[in-house]
Design a protein around this ligand. Structure first.
Ligand code: TRP
Length: 473
């Protein structure tokens, strides 16, 4: 405690002496890839197919598209606006905007949102890490020679044993968090962001390869119709809320992450274009993953709504049917681990920057505290049959509870507040000035449309979905 206090003091005096210069990303392409690095992650590869499967397919996908367009993108533009205008972290940003103190709640919601997401995200990242080693060890090598049922059984028993072993899932979760810590400690985060430019396209290519293979399986037609055929009777209040939460989760919006990213953008970046490009690419990745997974589900007679194991129970099966399948399987989990790590870097950054800038803590100490909290509370997410798994709160185990609190409560509430702040509490001239790069972009019409959606449609839809989900309307 004493050491903490001393560091606190030293840092305070250092900060008073040095006026920190904030860096910016070097070019438009770097901005695009760095932002995509935060957006593309387990949300696309693991959560999207899981939720599509559990919520009945095409209808959910349709609602999800609408949420991206009318809620996700407007909130993303708003976050970029706040970030680049103030060039500071989500809490500091509202100080700079001279907003009433209660708006800081957006910053605090962001910090807690990041923690709640990381509690379960790090667990799933741990599963992915462990699958790299299982694939290297050759655990999936023999499934190509098995019958469909036997292959299914093998793959699902491998998943069960991965998540229900008493100590291994916890160890892998710790490893996933430690990798994030090492990257932040070594100060190579920028290096990693540069690698994104190469690895993202590689991941994309690999997903396309799986897609092509999947689309030639017998269950392809059924898989695609599950993914795209809209059955309106499947749209229930909880489906709406899940799609809304997923849209925010996937675009990394609703908790200020994109405020932080925006604060590093160059002055000449077109914030509206960047938002659309990121949203489009992110959604494309999800859809391709869906097209890769659901044909396998129907070919092998799996249950689409089987939950968090869906990815882990299907991907090894599709690779068992491709030449060099095991090498590609290793590559797939490696690249997924990479994407998950990039996304985690952006998540961990939120509490770290908050502690460093608002409490004047040393950055490294902030990293250690944040990761420790994430680990200690995150460990509770482990499987029902292991240590704490049988404890439930509101009939949910910790895994589902953390996911629900972050995706379905914190992100949409954060998004609503951000939309209301920019829509009603910012001067229209300021918004136009920032989003048009001081008039250089000649896009006033687009900006006006954005403001209109942000003021009326976004908050209204958010409130309706909420009230609907708690049974109010
Ligand atoms: N979007 C990431 C994914 O799909 C997760 C993520 C990273 C995130 N940063 C975020 C979600 C900030 C919400 C807010 O995996």
């Amino acid at each position: 405690m004493l050491i903490l206090k001393e560091l606190f003091q030293i840092n305070k005096s250092k900060r008073n002496l040095v006026v920190k210069k904030r860096e910016t990303f070097s070019s438009g392409l770097t901005i695009f890839f760095a932002t995509l690095g935060s957006a593309v992650g387990l949300g696309n590869i693991w959560k999207f197919p899981t939720l599509v499967g559990m919520n009945g397919g095409g209808a959910f996908v349709l609602v999800y598209f609408i949420c991206i367009l009318l809620l996700g993108i407007p909130v993303m533009i708003s976050e970029f606006y706040i970030g680049r205008k103030t060039r500071s972290n989500p809490v500091g940003a509202f100080n700079k905007l001279k907003a009433k103190p209660y708006w800081k709640i957006i910053g605090y919601l962001g910090v807690s949102g990041s923690l709640f997401i990381m509690f379960f995200y790090s667990a799933v990242a741990g599963w992915v890490y462990s699958y790299i080693f299982k694939a290297i060890k050759g655990d999936f090598l023999n499934i190509s020679s098995l019958s469909i049922e036997q292959a299914n059984d093998t793959v699902s028993s491998i998943f069960e044993s991965t998540v229900s072993a008493s100590i291994y899932p916890i160890l892998w979760q710790a490893i996933a968090l430690a990798v994030v810590g090492i990257i932040l400690f070594a100060g190579v985060k920028n290096g990693i962001e540069k690698i994104t430019k190469t690895l993202m396209p590689l991941l994309f290519t690999l997903i396309i390869i799986i897609c092509i293979r999947s689309l030639t399986l017998e269950g392809a037609k059924e898989g695609l119709s599950f993914l795209f055929k809209v059955d309106f009777s499947k749209i229930t209040p909880s489906v709406l809320l899940a799609a809304l939460g997923l849209a925010f989760f996937k675009l990394s919006v609703g908790m200020g992450t994109m405020i932080t990213y925006g604060s590093y953008f160059t002055d000449d970046n077109n914030l509206i274009h960047t938002s659309f490009k990121v949203a489009f690419s992110d959604t494309l990745v999800s859809i391709l993953v869906g097209m890769a997974i659901f044909p396998v589900v129907f070919t092998f007679g799996l249950e689409p709504g089987s939950g968090p194991g869906l990815l882990f129970n299907t991907i090894p099966l599709v690779f068992s049917k491709i030449p060099l399948g095991n090498v590609l399987l290793i590559a797939f989990f490696l690249l997924t681990a990479f994407a998950a790590t990039m996304a985690m870097l952006s998540l961990v950054e939120v509490p770290v920057v908050f502690m460093a800038e608002e409490w004047n803590l040393d950055r490294k100490i902030s990293v250690v505290i944040t990761l420790l909290v994430m680990f200690i509370i995150g460990v509770l997410t482990v499987h029902p049959s292991s240590a704490f798994g049988h404890i439930t709160v509101f009939e949910k185990n910790f895994f589902d509870l953390y996911d629900f609190i972050s995706s379905n409560l914190i992100l949409p509430i954060g998004g609503l507040l951000i939309a209301v702040y920019v829509g009603y509490n910012s001067k229209k001239e300021d918004v136009i000035k920032e989003l048009s790069n001081k008039g250089k972009l000649n896009n006033t019409k687009t900006i006006n449309l954005y403001i209109l959606i942000l003021k009326f449609l976004t908050p209204l839809l958010l409130i309706i979905v909420f009230l609907n989900s708690i049974g109010f309307i």
